[in-house]
Write a protein that binds this ligand. Sequence first.
Ligand code: ADP
Ligand code: MG
Length: 360
Amino acid sequence: MINNKWKVLILFIILSLFMSACTPKEKDLEEGEPELIRERQSVLGGTIGQIHGYSVSPDEGKNAITKAYQRINTIENTMSVVIEGSDIYKVNANAGKGAVGVTDETLQVIKDGIYYYELTDGVFNIGMGTLIDLWGISIQSSEQSQRVPTPKEIEFAMQHMDLSNLEINGNKVFLKDANMSIDLGGIAKGYAVDEAARVLKDHGIKSGFVNLGGDIYVLGPKPDGSHWKMGIENPLKNSETPSNHVIAGISLINKAIVTSGDYERTLEGTDQHFHHILDPETGYPTKNELTSTTIIANTAISADVLSTAVFVMGLEKGFNFIEELTDVEGIFITKNKEVYITSGIKDEVEILDSSFKVVN
Ligand code: ADP
Ligand code: MG
């Protein structure tokens, strides 16, 4: 599997959990009291997966978590752009040539991608694979593949990302444009989180969470009925900030929370700002006043997509867009440490670092 330096960078910025939930010591456990089972695994080409679940039976708890990881691996094997033989790999390899049959779930994620393309006015576009590839920033590409393309290359790629060239017929998917490709990097991780949470539930886990490199779903309240307390890491942290420096906290039950950020840095040997969220209007990494966007929603797939989309839209447009959606909330953080919180969670966010100011 390709070692993914991006994922390490992503962990650098993302949400962290207040680990108030420590494993109770065996001797402290009353009979029947649920124990917290925790497993970490490397998934999705290098993302650190973290799945925790409370269970009265450690064996059953472990089994549930193992099954959840298997589910994530299956999704990776069908939706990855780089794994030869995956549905998406085959669709891309047959662009301009012919239709490819895909699984029901790949089809569903593609259809969800089209839905969000329309909802976001093309800001979120699963048909940008050629452009993403040019920059070398697909979810599983190594740091070595990253580079700043020439304006000519960017211009070319931008002519080949029109989603109306994606044709669906039953379970068959056809890219009519031979130079176009699909990239599910901004949506499949959220889908995998939802599915892993569903597997936990199906195996009797009522309380726990799934965290795939910052895409998180929290299941139920904790066994004592309390909320899961989630933290948002300082997106502007640098070598002087302590690691896991949390700037805000929020309490959640049965919700997804996903952060997108710019992880901004300069590519060696260039003065080009470089990160992994592309603005389809310019073909370049998004550049605006924002440094991170956090979305809280009922599903991780929607939170994953929308955090990326509003990051591209920018503060004003992105904020208003989220305010219009029901059951979706957002926390927007600007490069100059201003925090904007949507109305539905305004009173629930606790700022923990006073250098960040809520201004709306
Ligand atoms: P993370 O990997 O941190 O969760 P995102 O959810 O923001 O980050 O997704 C970034 C990935 O989505 C990129 O690596 C790329 O594959 C893809 N991507 C980048 N820009 C866009 C965009 N405008 N629309 C759809 N997908 C995008
Ligand atoms: Mg994401």
